[in-house]
Design a protein around this ligand. Structure first.
Ligand code: ADP
Ligand code: ADP
Length: 219
């Protein structure tokens, strides 16, 4: 049973000349990483927000494998509380009321180890490098034990060396935890390193955009 199925999703922003999403179909299977690759303005973030339920759609459906399925999103901007510690920022992800049943302090400690952040647990995040901060942001997402992790250009703001480090780091993490991941990126290298399958968005903003679903036979 797919973790996620998107069917015939259309979205045109008010006043826009061309649709941001023009009939997107995709299937995401449990434990796989689907990378959506496309240039800036091709509709990747809109699709991710549509999946997260943050974007009203003109047409189409987004269905999850089971009704209790949980999503967590990581954006390009880590959006942390600068004066709080690494541990406190990660724990915040699990403290929202909806997530309490899946949250416990021991899990946060376990995550700190898995994420390679145990040494930094008590450090205020304002003292971290950009790469470390983004690792904390991934940790905060994982604290809710999501079924599907949505990543929107997670490493695009980082310098190339740090970006490569974090891509390898995330790849290891995804395997270790058998995560189901939906990644959008304009970075070809990132899509190749992380994606089990790659879907393409073509066409710059203002032109007709074409979505080529990743081949999977099961759609
Ligand atoms: P990408 O993530 O691939 O860069 P986006 O989904 O952000 O693409 O944008 C797709 C198109 O929709 C672009 O033309 C962008 O300017 C437009 N767009 C995105 N968000 C909004 C919005 N909130 N209101 C109006 N237009 C938007
Ligand atoms: P991304 O490419 O990662 O989506 P953008 O810089 O395109 O980032 O968009 C950043 C924010 O601005 C998003 O919330 C998006 O919805 C909004 N946005 C993008 N394009 C437009 C637009 N043409 N009109 C209004 N809001 C927009």
């Amino acid at each position: 049973r797919p973790a996620l199925r998107v069917r015939g999703v259309h979205k045109t922003y008010p006043g826009a000349a061309a649709p941001a999403l023009d009939g997107v179909d995709l299937t995401l299977h449990p434990g796989e990483t689907l990378a959506v690759l496309g240039p800036s303005g091709s509709g990747k973030s809109t699709l991710l927000r549509a999946i997260a339920g943050l974007e009203p759609l003109d047409r189409g459906t987004v269905e999850f494998g089971d009704p209790d399925e949980r999503l967590a999103v990581v954006f390009q901007d880590p959006g942390l509380f600068p004066w709080l510690s690494v541990r406190a920022n990660i724990a915040l992800g699990g403290r929202y009321r909806r997530n309490r049943d899946r949250f416990d302090e021991a899990h946060v400690d376990e995550l700190l180890g898995i994420l390679g952040l145990a040494e930094l647990a008590r450090t205020p995040v304002q003292e971290l490098s950009g790469g470390q901060a983004q690792r904390v942001s991934v940790g905060r997402a994982l604290a809710v034990r999501p079924d599907v992790l949505l990543l929107d250009e997670p490493f695009s703001a980082l310098d190339p060396a740090t970006r490569q480090d974090l891509q390898q780091w995330l790849r290891g993490l995804v395997r270790e935890l058998s995560l189901t991941v939906f990644l959008v990126t304009h970075d070809v290298e990132e899509a190749l390193v992380l994606g089990d399958r790659i879907g393409f968005f073509g066409g710059p903003a203002g032109f007709t955009r074409q979505w080529v679903p990743a081949r999977d036979g099961a759609t």
